[in-house]
Design a protein around this ligand. Structure first.
Ligand SMILES: [Zn+2]
Length: 278
């Protein structure tokens, strides 16, 4: 711990700029500073309150400031904040907190992130080469689009100020196709029954290429769901965490994760966990 105080005999009023020479009172501030030889350093800063000599000034009493050391109301010196930001932007909150703490400046990931977010964004120049990228907040339901400055390799917010986001034909058609496919697969038996009832006959429907395709897709979907069901129970009985199983359930059966797990199930690796799932 280091105690500090100013030796100046006057201080300028922040309101009117007049130098005051009469001290009103004193108080102490506790401020964290950068480490001294990997040791935590705390400053005890004695601050004087001054009387403004200008009678017409609205700031009768003011506290002296230390703009090159610490900002008003701050609990850290400027150089400590800068150190947290430098480490924070090059790693992440948790790692940065661990590194900085081990160097004698104890802090938390939340503090690192808060300090990094206070950094000013770099100024944007003219965008010469722009790229457009899209992603799904929720597939088939909510999409987002960003404009990227490909030269600076960062997101551009001023590249096309008058641009309007519109839905593109390809994704609309793709979503419609997938939604219809899921609907007909789920309701295949209802459609069959309804068609037979309306046609007044209980004979089997004439098999067309499209109908066969829907039937086969439905059977594949059903078989995959059965496999998934069995796999989930096997994982559960093998003692795998329910969170892992829940993630599998959400993503299966139509993606590569399920296929990958199924392959591992058929070819378990002796170096991995029980039954070779992990
Ligand atoms: Zn004043």
């Amino acid at each position: 711990m280091v105690s500090l105080h100013s030796i100046s005999s006057t201080a300028a009023c922040p309101q009117c700029g007049t130098a005051g020479s009469r001290v009103h009172s004193r108080y102490e501030r506790t401020i964290a500073d950068v480490a001294f030889g990997r040791r935590c350093l705390v400053l005890k800063l004695l601050v004087r309150k001054w009387l403004c000599p200008l009678a017409s000034c609205s700031q009768c009493i003011f506290a002296e400031r230390f703009p090159e050391l610490v900002q008003r109301y701050a609990r850290m010196t400027d150089r400590l904040i800068e150190a947290l930001q430098v480490v924070g932007v090059t790693t992440n909150g948790a790692d940065a907190a661990q590194i900085v703490s081990s160097l004698g400046m104890p802090t938390t990931a939340k503090t690192i992130i808060r300090r990094v977010l206070q950094l000013a964004l770099p100024t944007e120049g003219t965008v010469h080469v722009a790229g457009i990228d899209e992603w799904a907040w929720k597939k088939g339901s909510h999409y987002g689009t960003i404009l990227v400055d490909l030269e600076q390799r960062r997101m551009a917010t001023r590249g096309a100020p008058h641009a309007q986001q519109v839905a593109d034909r390809f994704h609309l058609q793709q979503n419609l196709v997938e939604a219809l496919k899921r609907f007909f697969q789920r309701n295949a038996h209802v459609l069959k029954t309804t068609t037979r009832t309306l046609s007044g006959q209980m004979l089997p429907l004439p098999t067309s290429k499209v109908a066969r395709h829907i039937d086969q897709a439905s059977q594949r979907y059903h078989a995959t769901r059965i496999m998934l069901h069995q796999l989930v129970w096997e994982l559960f009985h093998a003692g795998h965490p329910e969170e892992e199983i829940a993630r599998l359930d959400r993503s299966a059966p139509c993606n590569e994760c399920f296929s990958s797990l199924a392959r591992r199930r058929e070819n378990p690796s002796p170096d991995k966990g029980p039954e070779g799932f992990y």
